[in-house]
Design a protein around this ligand. Structure first.
Ligand SMILES: Nc1ncnc2c1ncn2[C@@H]1O[C@H](COP(=O)(O)OP(=O)(O)OP(=O)(O)O)[C@@H](O)[C@H]1O
Length: 371
C-alpha cells in the first residue's frame, strides 16, 4: 500500500534495521508489516531518540498505546536507539465499490448494514458500529433507512429532532454521542412510513442519502430495511456503497435469510465485508458462564460457506437492549466493557477491510473534493 508521503532521514546503518523491525510488526487488522502497509511516513533521529511517524489507512486510535509500547520495545534493541517518539494518525480515503455512481458530497466511504430478516439486531449493530468507528477516531454519520421500523432516533436518544433546511436543498442532521444521524423517522410518523412500498420508499431514501448535510464524514453507516427486496436492491445500485456488513442470529432460519443478503450484494458487486452474529450466546451476568442456546457456530458456518469473514459475535445481553432503550448505546454507556470492546474490534475489522479492498484495487476508487 503506498503511503501519502515518506520522509526518511536515517543513516544507512540505521535505516535497514529500523525498517526491518517495523515490517516485522504485523498490523493485526491489515495483516501486513507496517512498511508493506505503507504506514511508516517519518523516520528521523534526535540524539538517541528515534522519531517515528505512522499514518494508518483506517481508524484505530484505541490501539495506539499498545502499538507504541510494542514498537518501542523492539526498536530499542537496535544499536543507537534508546527511545522512540511516535506520532500516530490515520487517513481514510474516498472509495466506492460501484465506480459509476457519483460520490455523496462530504462522505468518503459508505458501509451498508443489512439483514435477511427483521429483528436480528441490525439497527443495534449499525448504531454501535457507527459509534465504535467514532471511538477509533473517525468522523461518522448514520443513516436510518429502515422505513418499516426507524429505531435509530430512539437508540441515539434524539427522537425530538426535526431536520431543518436552511438553503431549501439540504437537510440538517441530528448530532448524538459524537456522530451525525439522519432518519426517515425524523420526517414521518410510523403510519406514514408503513404504507410505503418499493420505488416510493427507495426514492425517498435516496433523497435522504443525497440531500442531508453530512459534514466531512470518513464513514456513513446505512442501516438498511430488513430483507432483500426491491428497496435494498435499488439502494445498493444507486448509492456508492464501499462494502456491506450482514447481521444474523445463529438460528437456521436467520442464517438462510442472511445467505440471501450475501447473494444480493454479490449480484451488484458490492463486497461483503463480513457477518456479525448477534445474540450469539448468553452470558450469565451472575457467574459469567456462556451458553449457546441456538448452537455455537452458525455465523462461522455461513462465513465459511460464503467465504466472508465472521467479524464478531455479540452476546444476548439485557444491557445491550436497555442501553438502546435509554438512547445511550453500549459502546458509549459502557465504553470500557467487554461488549464495547467487541464492537470496536468489529469496527476496526470493517475499516481495515475497506482499506485493503482499496489497496488491492479490486474496485474503482471515487475521488471526491475533500481528498
Ligand atoms: N445482543 C442483544 N442482546 C439483547 N437484546 C438485543 C441485542 N441485539 C438487539 N437487541 C434488542 O432486540 C430488539 C431488536 O433489535 P434491532 O431493532 O436492532 O433489530 P433489527 O434487526 O434492526 O430489527 P428491524 O429491522 O425489524 O427494525 C431491540 O429491542 C434491541 O434492543
Amino acid at each position: 500500500m503506498s503511503s501519502a508521503s515518506q520522509d526518511y532521514r536515517l543513516s544507512d546503518a540505521l535505516l535497514g534495521p529500523v525498517l526491518a523491525t517495523l515490517n516485522a510488526y504485523q498490523d493485526p487488522y491489515l495483516k501486513q508489516g507496517l512498511v508493506d502497509a505503507g504506514c511508516v511516513t517519518k523516520l528521523a533521529m534526535n540524539g538517541t531518540q528515534l522519531q517515528l511517524g505512522l499514518v494508518y489507512p483506517y481508524p484505530c486510535e484505541t490501539q495506539y498505546r499498545d502499538t507504541v509500547m510494542a514498537l518501542t520495545q523492539a526498536l530499542a534493541k537496535i544499536d543507537g536507539i534508546d527511545e522512540v517518539e511516535a506520532e500516530m494518525d490515520f487517513k481514510v480515503k474516498s472509495y466506492s465499490a460501484t465506480g459509476n455512481i457519483p460520490p455523496i458530497p462530504n462522505v468518503k466511504q459508505v458501509i451498508a448494514v443489512a439483514s435477511g430478516k427483521g429483528g436480528v439486531g441490525k439497527s443495534t449493530t449499525s448504531v454501535n458500529l457507527a459509534l465504535a468507528l467514532a471511538a477509533e477516531g473517525a468522523n461518522v454519520g448514520i443513516l436510518d433507512a429502515d422505513i418499516y421500523g426507524p429505531s435509530v432516533p430512539m437508540m441515539l436518544g434524539v427522537t425530538d429532532f426535526r431536520p431543518l433546511s436552511p438553503d431549501g436543498k439540504y437537510m440538517t442532521c441530528a448530532n448524538a454521542h459524537g456522530i451525525s444521524a439522519q432518519s426517515i423517522g425524523f420526517l414521518l410518523t410510523d403510519d406514514q412510513a408503513a404504507v410505503w412500498r418499493g420505488p416510493m420508499a427507495a426514492g425517498a431514501l435516496l433523497q435522504l442519502v443525497n440531500e442531508s448535510l453530512w459534514q466531512d464524514l470518513d464513514y456513513l453507516v446505512i442501516d438498511l430495511p430488513p430483507g432483500t427486496g426491491d428497496i435494498q436492491l435499488t439502494l445498493s445500485q444507486k448509492v456508492p456503497v464501499s462494502g456491506a456488513v450482514i447481521v444474523t442470529t445463529p438460528q437456521d432460519i436467520a442464517l438462510a435469510d442472511a445467505q440471501k443478503g450475501i447473494s444480493m450484494f454479490e449480484k451488484v458487486n458490492i463486497p461483503v465485508l463480513g457477518v456479525v452474529e448477534n445474540m450469539s450466546f448468553y452470558l450469565c451476568p451472575e457467574c459469567g458462564h456462556k451458553e449457546y442456546p441456538f448452537g455455537s457456530d452458525g455465523g462461522a458456518r455461513i462465513a465459511q460457506r460464503y467465504n466472508v469473514p465472521l467479524l464478531g459475535a455479540l452476546p444476548l445481553n439485557s444491557n445491550i437492549r436497555e442501553n438502546m432503550d435509554q438512547g445511550v448505546p453500549t459502546v458509549v454507556a459502557d465504553a470500557d466493557g467487554e461488549v464495547a470492546a467487541i464492537y470496536r474490534d468489529i469496527a476496526r475489522k470493517v475499516a481495515a477491510s475497506l482499506a485493503l479492498q482499496q489497496q488491492q484495487g479490486t474496485v474503482s476508487i471515487a475521488i471526491s473534493e475533500e481528498e
